[in-house]
Ligand binder design. Structure first.
Ligand SMILES: [Zn+2]
Length: 83
């Protein structure tokens, strides 16, 4: 399974530690959607899975992908851009 980290204004947030119930629901929903998009993404060469950081700052999403090689980075970005 891909590793997904969500950040708001650069601070990591987790559904389990967020005191705000609404925010925690939004985080869970986003994580679930990202996992669905990334569920079949594995590097064909190294058999690694990507780690993805989604940073939300002023309603803009910034996505960073950590991967073993460019091929997996490209696959991950392509999967994330699908609706
Ligand atoms: Zn690779």
């Amino acid at each position: 399974m891909a590793t997904i980290e969500l950040q708001i204004n650069g601070n990591p947030v987790s559904a389990d530690t967020t005191p705000d119930l609404m925010q925690s629901m939004v985080i869970r929903e986003m994580e679930a959607q990202l996992q669905v998009k990334l569920q079949n993404i594995t590097c064909p060469e190294h058999h690694e899975e990507p780690s993805v950081i989604v940073n939300i700052t002023r309603n803009k999403q910034n996505i960073s992908v950590g991967a073993c090689c460019k091929q997996l980075t490209d696959m991950t970005m392509a999967a994330l851009q699908q609706q």
